[in-house]
Write a protein that binds this ligand. Structure first.
Ligand SMILES: Cc1ncc(COP(=O)(O)O)c(C=O)c1O
Length: 408
């Protein structure tokens, strides 16, 4: 039995398609009654070997297995890149490589759950407004579910993300203006056309990222990281990880909780500001341009407050990174770890480096950095010199010169 409940006043929605509290205007919380699972059921779940998030079916708000829309998402590699660990001075550094998710970003964790629920509820069209990754993900999962999709992105979004969403058959609408403007149009359109909302205003969708907690629990054989660092925009990831770990604590499967770190770009860091200024809620900021375009969100209205509470409750922190720090981390991750992430996806590594240098992360701490988006999402972020791009005549002499140029 899945319920939708207001986290502020406790109101329970009588309908499965009302996502907002009529009194508090808060996004409702999906309540999955894990406490009702019997001991044999829980034991059976733990023994499953399925390598997708759906191994944890009973922990998600989808009621019919026949509704599941899966592209094989989840159980992404948890790697220990030793050269990168040495370079950052963190001996127990792990990276959770979500660049290999089906559409190339962490959004697949939420959309496999969100779109499965759309199918269960009988919707025909799914929609989202996005900095790009959610657009591609919604489009991909909608395609797999046989639903139509409409995705809106602000102008300036990387063409590769737009192309990807279009390739899945979505109607892609590039909106004049920044993300906030695109979001305003999206909200009006949702009301007008009644599409299924795949934004973080959808409580079902938000549950998908709890899979981070379940997978890390499995992949670390029950050990709990000292820190989990997550590139953060809307705040859903941080909040859902917290919720997932708390479920594991309630079940008695873990005996403590990780400390959570939100990593943001300096150009759009409202959660960092709220953490450091001790605010009780998020104050909107005007997001500036940043290489980390996927996390360029100035006002994480629906889930930002919950992310803030999670960070505080976990005794975690939040850190803002400059573009040069983010690009350096992207390069270190690629050259020392073999993982090509988009800049936003590597912000967690930049944060690990900074917090280790500041002495907040100790050298022996067990640290997990989530790597949340593939480098090919935004290839222009990597600069290649004209010299390197110039074709070399097909003879060994020219090749030798070219190799000397690179210093090899
Ligand atoms: C690459 C990437 N990383 C991280 C995020 C952060 O998402 P959230 O804070 O909603 O978990 C996003 C999306 O906004 C993203 O596209």
């Amino acid at each position: 039995m899945v319920k939708l409940r207001c986290p502020k006043c406790g109101w329970e929605s009588p309908s499965k398609t009302t996502f907002q509290c009529p009194t508090c205007a808060a996004v409702l919380e999906a309540v999955v009654e894990i406490g009702r699972l019997s001991k044999p059921q829980l034991a059976e779940i733990r023994q499953r070997t399925e390598q997708t998030v759906w191994r944890w079916f009973e922990f998600f708000p989808v009621e019919e297995r026949s509704a599941i829309v899966s592209l094989g998402e989840g159980y992404t590699p948890l790697l220990q890149p030793s050269s990168l660990a040495a370079r950052l001075g963190i001996s127990r550094l792990y990276v959770k490589n979500d660049t290999v998710l089906p559409t190339g970003s962490l959004k697949d964790r939420s959309n496999t759950v969100g779109i499965s629920k759309a199918k269960e509820l009988g919707y025909k069209t799914a929609a989202v407004v996005s900095t790009g990754n959610a657009a591609a993900s919604v489009a991909g999962y909608a395609a797999a579910a046989g639903l139509k999709s409409i995705v809106m992105v602000p102008e300036g979004t990387s063409p590769s993300k737009i192309v990807q969403a279009g390739a899945y058959g979505a109607t892609v609408v590039v909106v004049k203006g920044d993300f906030e403007e695109a979001a305003r149009l999206y909200k009006a359109a949702l009301k007008e056309f009644g599409w299924y909302d795949c934004l973080s205003t959808n409580p079902y969708r938000n549950e998908g990222k709890k899979s981070y907690a379940y997978e890390l629990f499995d992949q670390l054989s029950g050990r709990v990281p000292d820190w989990i660092i997550h590139p953060t925009a809307g705040g859903t990831g941080i909040y859902a990880m917290w919720k997932g770990y708390n479920e594991l604590l309630t079940l008695g499967w873990v005996d403590r909780l990780p400390r959570l770190i939100a990593a943001q770009s300096e150009a759009a860091a409202p959660i960092v500001a709220a953490v450091h200024r001790g605010l009780s809620d998020i104050e909107p900021v005007v997001a500036r341009d940043t290489v980390a375009e996927s996390i360029q969100v100035g006002y994480p209205k629906s889930m930002g407050g919950r992310a803030l509470e999670a960070i505080r409750a976990s005794h975690g922190t939040a850190v803002a990174l400059a573009d040069d720090e983010i690009l350096e981390a992207q390069s270190l991750l690629a050259r020392l770890g073999g993982i090509f992430a988009e800049p936003a996806g590597a912000v967690s590594v930049a944060a690990a480096k900074k917090l280790q240098e500041q002495g907040i992360i100790a050298p022996g701490d067990l640290v997990v950095c989530t790597i949340t988006g593939h480098g090919l999402k935004q290839p222009d972020a990597v600069k290649i010199s004209d010299e390197e791009l110039r074709p070399v005549p097909a003879n060994l002499g020219a090749l030798r010169k070219r190799l000397e140029l690179k210093g090899k």
